[in-house]
Ligand binder design. Sequence first.
Ligand code: TEU
Ligand code: CA
Length: 573
Amino acid sequence: MSDTGVMEEKAWWKEAVVYQLYPRSFSDSNGDGIGDLRGIMGKLDYLQWLGVNVVWLNPVYRSPNDDGGYDISDYRAIHPDFGTMEDFDLLLKEMHRRGIRLVMDLVVNHTSDEHPWFVESSKSADSPWADYYIWRKPGAAGEAPNDWLSFFEGPAWEYHPGRGEYYLHLFSRKQPDLNWENPRVREEVHGVMQFWLEKGIDGFRMDVINLISKAPGLPDSLPGSRSRIRGGEHFINGPGVVEYLREMGEKVLQGKDIMTVGETPDVDPETGLRYVGKPGGPLDLLFQFEHMDIDYGADGYWDIGAWSPSDLFAILSKWQRAMEGRGWNSLYLNNHDQPRQVSRLGNDGKYWRESAKLLAIFNHTLKGTPFIYQGEELGMKNVPLSDPGQIRDIGAANFYRRATAEGMDQGEVLRRLQYRSRDNARTPMQWDGTKHGGFTAGTPWIGMHPEYRDINVAVQQDDPGSILSCYRKLVALRSSHPLFVYGTFREVHGSSGGPIVYTRDGEPGSLLVILNWSNQEQPLEGRLTWLDALTAQYGNAELLISSYGDTVDRFARLNLLRPWEGAVYYLEA
Ligand code: TEU
Ligand code: CA
């Protein structure tokens, strides 16, 4: 029961833990230095051992690979780097045999410029594909149609001499935006979805899905807009998005027991509920970005700003309360676009182990569906960056070029990249202490993290005190205690500083989560009365998991929290 008195509707994707798998960096089966589908196949035992129920696979489609496979040139083909369609079919079958579901990435805000639709579209304004993309004539002085910027640096418009017009690309020049106003485009997308659903996949993670509708007339940016990118107020959460998704629901998704997750930068709970609020919201889950934007500096994404755990908690606490009884949260602290969470939000030095576990406990005890990004379960860290030659990601490479051209100090450029670059998340999975961490017998496409000999699956798998064991235990707790899934979130303390404390209430009893998200000891007693109130209310407190691997219950003596101490108690009613 939620506090609104409504029984939460049950769904497999609410009870699941999702493992996000970045195939290029997971496991290489043929020694070319690139992870592949057969490599994944060889690691299904590991995923099963970890206990995860769903895999979200980053794009494996045919692609010139300008943006890590997010530039697709054939939606119905597997990139040869990853294997063949037969490999895919076998992988899906093997996953299902082990009770693991598969969610595919759906990247349909844009295609590759090498997609046949774009190749045809760029030939002439009379082509049957002419209106598949967003084309506009140059201005009188040859200028671009408006002042919008691309997420990967520079203008969002590129002039195409073949057609004599500009096309819109919110990401790289090689990622032209599809024109969703064209019903034929929408039908094509539905067809692509149908193709994969017929294979038996279990859902879609929809890339930047709240960018698909652009404001009529494509106006210039509004001064003073708080959008994350210039012009964003005209293409993020645009006028037609919800309608397009409803249509997709009716034409494709209706009656199918699948999971849909929309990736949606710039949504607050109110906007978010348009997408996932029940009844009527067209999607199941969202990736909102508010807590990931917390450390932007004054100059935005490539600047580093101060943040505090209480600010981050306040954001997520707000989302928890907004979704209660109305929608469902997805829970994540990092992914393939974000720095490694232990480096960014924890302490990857002295309290590496404790802080990685605290973050894990946090992400698995909020209400929603937790996502684990590959390597997170080992406490993988950001990569030391000393040489621009290490850069692989397009966004990072473009920032390096611009900042250098603008005369930014090299040390500062590297410091920012080291902190923010998406390459941090993309170094290969660390399986064991052998050469290249057991990822490949060849040369990895991107450098290994130098600490792979100490931080890897083999070292952690049989160690009950390891980060990996903590994740495995959290996954198991979720499947044995319904409170982890359905208990109502209640903030006790933490949005304005000090220890973070919340409960998950339901029948029977409650979970109590206590987190000291800091490098210092923190007292509980004296300045807080809630603990007394709770202990009086409940008879028995059973320690379920702790970031210090405690086995002795410290509940009665919880007056002083150790640095990065995180603990979950089951309070019996
Ligand atoms: O990301 C969209 C997105 O807005 C950001 O995470 C973006 O990577 C960041 O702001 C850098 O500027 C999605 C995918 O997850 C990402 O990998 C793709 O590059 C992007 O869309 C384009 O498809
Ligand atoms: Ca390979």
